[in-house]
Design a binder for this molecule. Structure first.
Ligand code: NAP
Ligand code: MG
Length: 496
């Protein structure tokens, strides 16, 4: 076999890609029990990037056993909160130290621009571990004010136990951080299953978790496929909770799998988020923000502002300017410094986006820009804006998860919240207006976990994120996420 030049520039990333990657179980890097591996690909070229261990049910069993032991009787069960906080902070510093390696691996694995991996994904993960490090020492119960005489009662907040975490490919490192940080802050142990398309940065993170000094078995990382490893984890009787981010379809499968032992479930699922531009908005800001709202990360964002509603008076101006902006976006491999938009994650995703847009065009929608794959090497799809859509078209109703915007005019500002809410999803929404009352009225009317006013895609570790309706169950980030990983116990003392 010819030795290919590594696509990575950073020395650690190159070294990381040079050998098949093992899984982290009970503090050891191990092959899968079956001995099987699978390939991960560079979406910019379609070439194989690395081989990764293919874990399945047997490996999940070992990982859960390790996590159980670490939770019940290992050193983690006796690790005080301030030490948990220190370990999380140490991990954040190690990620910062290896920021370049993470950014390159993320770009090569997922396709996104290196400028984005370096400016969004890696610092976002660092910030999440730091934010949650602070919470480790602040998990408290309450003293209760009972009406029953003769008793004294209080609550304890305890870690829920062994947690299974299943994450997607669109923000691989960041999703690992969103999941791991709160679970570890409160004292849970974890079995993490990264997406099959993008397991690399989670595995590098595993190396740093060990370097930081987390005890063996506290974090286990099993790479493999959803239908095998993922299903075994979500259905496991010795797992106390499962946290999932991904498609609504798989979210429902997870919920059913979890019913066997009634493990706790939190789900962060798909969206078809409305983004509403009123005529009284700062129009240039609305155009720039809405372009970013749909095209960021190639549109592979669960909260992408994919349904744009524009007040009729400014519709042509807005759609014209957005189409020009879309035309100007430089598509290139993520490692290319000039890249503004990389390829989609996989051939499968490229096919899905292509099929959905074709379907939309056949049903009567018109592309003002894009509307087709780029062709040639890699999984590139042109930034696309569709007009002349109808509310019942698939492109308006279903999550495309690509750089595809449907732009729809409206005339009555009083009715637009109803149309914005006409979806099975409820993850996020955008509102652009200079009218403060209108902004607050819209924020109250829209059924979504996040409403951005005069901005889009703003995330902060302190700001809860999650979905109404079929966009999910539970809120990640902020103090709210701590609820997902703790149980409340009432202790009642008699004879007082
Ligand atoms: P997915 O199937 O929902 O994948 C998410 C995670 O769940 C992956 O780790 C996946 O493993 C795992 N999984 C799959 N089937 C499972 C099962 N039966 N039991 C347990 N875990 C399972 O998403 P996808 O197939 O990568 O993408 C399909 C569509 O989902 C996209 O086109 C997009 O519309 C949507 N999506 C949404 C988000 C979001 O953040 N809301 C993220 C990604 C994708 P494998 O990687 O092995 O499949
Ligand atoms: Mg899948």
């Amino acid at each position: 076999m010819a030795v290919m030049e590594s696509p990575a520039k950073d020395a650690r990333a190159r070294e990381f890609l040079s050998v098949p990657r093992k899984m982290l179980i009970n503090g050891k890097w191990v092959d899968s029990i079956s001995g099987k591996t699978f390939a991960v690909y560079n979406p910019a070229t379609g070439e194989e990037l690395a081989q990764v261990a293919e874990g399945d049910k047997a490996d999940i069993d070992l990982a859960v056993k390790a996590a159980r032991k670490a939770f019940d009787s290992g050193p983690w069960s006796k690790t005080p909160p301030n030490v948990r906080g220190k370990l999380l902070w140490k991990l954040s510093e190690l990620i910062e130290k290896h920021a370049r390696s993470f950014a390159e691996l993320e770009t090569l694995d997922n396709g996104k621009a290196l400028t984005i991996s370096g400016a969004v994904d890696v610092p976002g993960a660092v910030e999440m571990f730091q934010y949650m490090a602070g919470w480790a020492t602040k998990i408290e119960g309450r003293t209760l004010n009972l009406s029953s005489p003769g008793f004294h009662a209080y609550t304890r907040r305890e870690p829920v136990g062994v947690v299974g975490q299943i994450i997607p490919w669109n923000f691989p490192l960041l999703m690992a951080a969103w999941k791991l940080a709160p679970a570890l802050a409160v004292g849970c142990t974890v079995v993490l299953k990264p997406a099959e398309q993008t397991p690399l940065t989670a595995l590098l993170l595993g190396e740093l978790i060990q370097e930081a000094g987390f005890p063996d078995g506290v974090v286990n990382i099993v790479t493999g496929f959803g239908e095998t490893a993922g299903a075994a984890l979500s259905g496991h009787d010795d797992v106390d909770k499962v946290a999932f981010t991904g498609s609504t379809e798989v979210g429902k499968i997870i919920l059913r799998a979890a019913s066997g032992n009634l493990k706790k479930v939190s789900l962060e699922l798909g969206g078809k988020s409305p983004n509403v531009i009123f005529a009284d908005a700062d129009i240039p800001a609305a155009i720039a923000g809405s372009a970013m709202g749909i095209f960021f990360n190639q549109g592979q964002v669960c909260c992408a502002g994919s349904r744009l509603y524009v007040e009729k008076k400014v519709f042509d101006t807005v759609v014209g300017a957005l189409s020009d902006a879309a035309k100007d976006i430089k598509l290139a491999p993520g490692m290319d410094p000039s890249c503004q938009m990389g390829p989609l994650v996989s051939q499968e995703q490229l096919d899905r986006v292509t099929r959905m847009v074709e379907g939309g065009k056949k049903a009567g929608a018109k592309a003002t820009v894009g509307g087709e794959p780029c062709g040639g090497e890699g999984y590139f799809y042109k930034p696309t804006i569709l007009i002349d859509t109808k509310p019942d078209m698939e492109v308006v109703k279903d999550e495309i998860f690509g750089p595809v915007l449907t732009a729809i005019p409206f005339t009555d500002p009083n009715d637009i919240a109803v149309e914005a809410n006409n979806t099975i999803y409820g993850l996020a929404a955008g509102v652009w207006t200079r009218d403060v009352s209108k902004a607050h009225q819209m924020a109250a009317k829209i059924k979504a976990g996040t409403v951005w006013v005069n901005c889009y895609n703003v995330f902060d570790s302190s700001m809860p994120f999650g979905g109404y309706k079929q966009s999910g169950i539970g809120r990640e980030m902020g103090p709210d996420v701590l609820e997902l990983y703790t149980e409340t116990k009432s202790v009642c003392i008699g004879g007082m």
